[in-house]
Design a protein around this ligand. Structure first.
Ligand code: NG1
Length: 356
């Protein structure tokens, strides 16, 4: 096991960290210029940075116990190093000279559960670079660079939600985001509520290819007079589209309306209803759910104190999020998980963070 002391030969120059995110409402809306309401996870990714003693870059992930080394004119292979290298190259492209570095990474954000461990790594790394090198970078610009690192270096054609949430959200408030203007504001969770997140134990195998397919399907209506689905306010307006664009557009248009309603401040009960409606729409119209996520949401809804539940993130596996009355999360999560795993499934509670 490599410690920071052994990796750096002493203390690093700076530490920085960033959270993952759980999206409460507004799924598959970010790449349609729409609206969303994520919160930050209690789990975080931490980076430690110091200038290298020679002209090479050295990255170490203590979570993966993996090393990446490359010369200044080289590049990191695909994997955790490509996110870090992407941040470095994009900061260089902003005109900042970045010396060869040693970078140590550790995370307790679950990887592959739809909680955006990749955004947490990008945002933590950019914060670390900003701190080490002392250049100006506001938190929205930082989120934009983090998104570009994901698209251009990790080769994932994502929207801006994850990086905005990791850069600007906190754990006790939702972050309302307008993906077109990047206007954002914190909005409190409905009074007297807390959240549960349970990983279904199903890896998001098709997430990449199906994600791109959905993006393309949403792109089609843009050929008409609207710039993006965000510009359609009347849900009836999409009913004349051919299938499957009609149902894809119906999800996006209605999901945006749900986010706008929730962001105004609604009762806990209404928020729960909006989450349930979001799940049904993702299942039936957007077709990104899988039976395990549907079962897990049903089990969560059946627990005392639970107000609503939905899949969170891109879908095709990953996690479900539920809103429940404060004080009920531990018990409701444990009961839903026990019932879910009874059939040999491998679910696990992510939030509230298990204490062990
Ligand atoms: P996750 O679940 O983190 O893969 C993906 C996109 C988001 C957003 C959601 C769906 C990536 C890295 N992120 O999130 O931008 O479009 O799906 O709402 O692909």
């Amino acid at each position: 096991m490599v410690t920071t002391d052994s990796f750096f030969g002493g203390p690093p120059e700076v530490h920085a960290s960033a959270p993952g995110r759980v999206n409460l409402l507004g799924e598959h809306t970010d790449y349609n210029d729409g609206f969303m309401l994520p919160v930050a996870t209690p789990q975080r990714t931490t980076v430690a940075l110091a200038r290298s003693n020679d002209d090479h870059f050295y990255f170490y992930s203590s979570t993966l116990d993996a090393n990446v080394t490359f010369a200044p004119n080289g590049s990191a292979p695909a994997g955790f190093g490509s996110y870090i290298e992407g941040c470095i190259r994009l900061v260089e492209a902003e005109g900042v000279q970045v010396p060869p570095l040693r970078v140590w990474v550790s995370t307790d954000v679950p990887v592959g559960s739809g909680l955006s461990s990749s955004a947490a790594l990008e945002v933590a790394m950019l914060r670390g670079l900003r701190q080490l090198l002392g250049f100006e970078l506001d938190d929205v610009k930082l989120a934009r660079l983090a998104q570009r690192a994901e698209i251009e270096y990790a080769r994932v054609n994502c929207g801006i939600m994850d990086q905005m949430a990791s850069s600007l959200a906190d754990e006790s408030n939702m972050l309302f985001i307008d993906a077109r203007t990047l206007e954002h504001r914190l909005a409190p969770l409905p009074e007297g509520t807390e959240i549960i997140v349970i990983d279904s134990g199903v890896a998001r195998k098709l997430a990449g290819s199906k994600y791109n397919e959905r993006r393309a399907e949403c792109g089609k209506p843009r050929a008409s007079s609207v710039k993006a689905l965000r510009d359609v306010q009347d849900p009836e307006a999409v009913e004349a589209l051919p299938e499957p664009q009609r149902r894809r557009a119906r999800h996006v248009v209605r999901e945006n309306l749900r986010v706008l309603e929730a962001a105004e401040g609604v009762s806990a009960e209404r928020f729960g209803e909006l989450m349930n409606a979001s799940h049904y729409s993702l299942r039936d119209d957007y077709e990104v759910s899988i039976p395990e996520l549907d079962v897990l949401c049903e089990l969560l809804r059946a627990q005392e104190g639970v107000l609503g539940a939905r899949l969170t993130g891109a879908g095709f596996g990953g996690a479900c999020v539920a809103l429940c009355r404060a004080g009920h999360a531990q018990q409701a999560a444990a009961a839903a998980l026990a019932a879910y795993n009874r059939d040999g499934r491998q679910g696990r509670i992510l939030i509230p963070v298990p204490t062990e």
